[in-house]
Design a protein around this ligand. Structure first.
Ligand SMILES: NC(=O)c1ccc[n+]([C@@H]2O[C@H](COP(=O)([O-])OP(=O)(O)OC[C@H]3O[C@@H](n4cnc5c(N)ncnc54)[C@H](OP(=O)(O)O)[C@@H]3O)[C@@H](O)[C@H]2O)c1
Length: 360
């Protein structure tokens, strides 16, 4: 099988670098175009990321290092060479929306990590193990755009990835309301300890826009398609507080939840450990097996020890306890730049390819 050719928009950034390292030896995809701002354009990829390569455990992949970085606005040149693009830009939302639409209108599929299109009603926002059927909205989006191949798809915010799978596994019991407090890593702000010195010995109790995303985006994931739009679910109601903590990678969520019918503790843990995901997401190259694991130790999950579980694509849960306000409380963790960003987007691209939406 020949590999699909991929362009990475925002390839020089924190998430873009993750895209590059995951795509460099991917069995289905191959990175052939890298694009960023005019500051990086014209340089080799190696020169453009010099001094800010943040993937400390991995070298710049040889098959990407010598590619010349283009401007993201060089759309005609980029679409000529690629089957689809992955988008990880840090720009004004309106600019991102326009740019992603421009690629789609040039008959190129866009798999985006950005939030700009998450609330466009016919843009699917997918966690492949949970709502792969939302890809069924793509024909309606193509009709709106007047394209035969181009469309935009998005992955949800990194902060929701620890607790949405935990609730999904217990969906039969009817989760009604929840409270989450997320402890979010520096890389979620595109930063490292060196580039974010004010985080040393500190916690910052504000991440712009994050609490709204953490409360609302799960409801689109659990929503339904009606008349060419994804209509969000009404429950569970979620209250969220999001704080930045001085760890490099990994978002941890202290979560409390109530149900229509409280499940027994053993059943909760059994459901997590045998997470039943949609058949459509089975066998994809980046699917972690298992997706979710429950750890019995009192002091797990820990960000540093557990974030790489399942190559950074898995979710680790622990400390399930009765709660005196909600039914239960627990701690969940996932890797923000892998499952929560580039890895989650590539898994979505794998799902879309398996469903025929990325065919050349
Ligand atoms: N980090 C995470 O965990 C995470 C998780 C989920 C979602 N996100 C989202 O992913 C996006 C990227 O995040 P990041 O952390 O990777 O940001 P980042 O490290 O700041 O990288 C931003 C990228 O966007 C490019 N860019 C900036 N301004 C541009 C412009 N005017 N024109 C064209 N390209 C421009 C940069 O190119 P230059 O290098 O040339 O400046 C760089 O490639 C953001 O929207 C963020 O909210 C991040």
């Amino acid at each position: 099988m020949s590999k699909l050719k991929v362009g990475v928009l925002g390839a020089t950034g924190m998430v873009g670098q993750r895209f590059i390292t995951i795509l460099a030896d991917h069995p289905w995809f191959e990175p052939v175009e890298v694009a960023a701002s005019p500051r990086s354009a014209g340089k080799s990829y190696r020169e453009a990321v010099e001094g800010r390569w943040s993937q400390s455990d991995v070298e710049i992949p040889a098959n990407v290092a010598d590619l010349t970085v283009r401007k993201v606005t060089d759309i005609d040149k980029i679409v000529e060479n690629v089957d689809f693009v992955c988008s990880a830009l840090d720009m004004d939302k309106e600019e991102i929306r326009n740019l992603e639409d421009a690629y789609a209108l040039k008959e190129t599929a866009v798999v985006s990590n950005n939030s700009a299109h998450r609330w466009t009603p016919d843009v699917p926002m997918i966690i492949p193990e949970i709502n792969p059927d939302h890809a069924d909205i793509i024909p309606a989006q193509r009709r709106r755009l007047g394209t035969s191949r181009g469309f935009v798809s998005v992955k949800p915010n990194c902060s929701i990835q620890p607790y949405v799978p935990a609730f999904q596994a217990l969906w039969d019991f009817g989760p009604t309301r929840a409270s989450v407090c997320t402890y979010q890593a520096l890389s979620g702000a595109g930063k490292t300890p060196e580039t974010y010195p004010e985080m040393a010995d500190n916690v910052i109790p504000f991440i712009g826009g994050e609490e709204e995303k953490s409360m609302d985006e799960p409801l689109k994931i659990w929503g339904r398609i009606e008349n060419g739009a994804i209509v969000k679910a009404d429950t569970p109601e979620i209250s969220a507080q999001c704080v930045r903590v001085p760890v490099t990678d990994g978002h941890l969520a202290a979560t409390s939840v109530s149900f229509e019918k409280k499940p027994p503790r053993d059943e909760v843990i059994a459901r997590w450990n045998s997470f039943q995901w949609s058949k459509k997401a089975e066998g994809l190259p980046s699917s972690p097996t298992p997706f979710v694991v429950y750890r019995e130790e009192d002091d797990r999950p820990q960000t540093r020890l557990d974030r790489d579980f399942g190559n950074g694509m898995g979710v680790t849960i622990g400390r399930l306890r009765d709660d005196n306000v909600f039914d239960y409380k627990f701690i969940a963790l996932s890797h923000n730049t892998v499952r929560g960003a580039a890895g989650g987007a590539i898994l979505m691209a794998e799902l879309l390819k398996a469903q025929g939406y990325l065919d050349s």
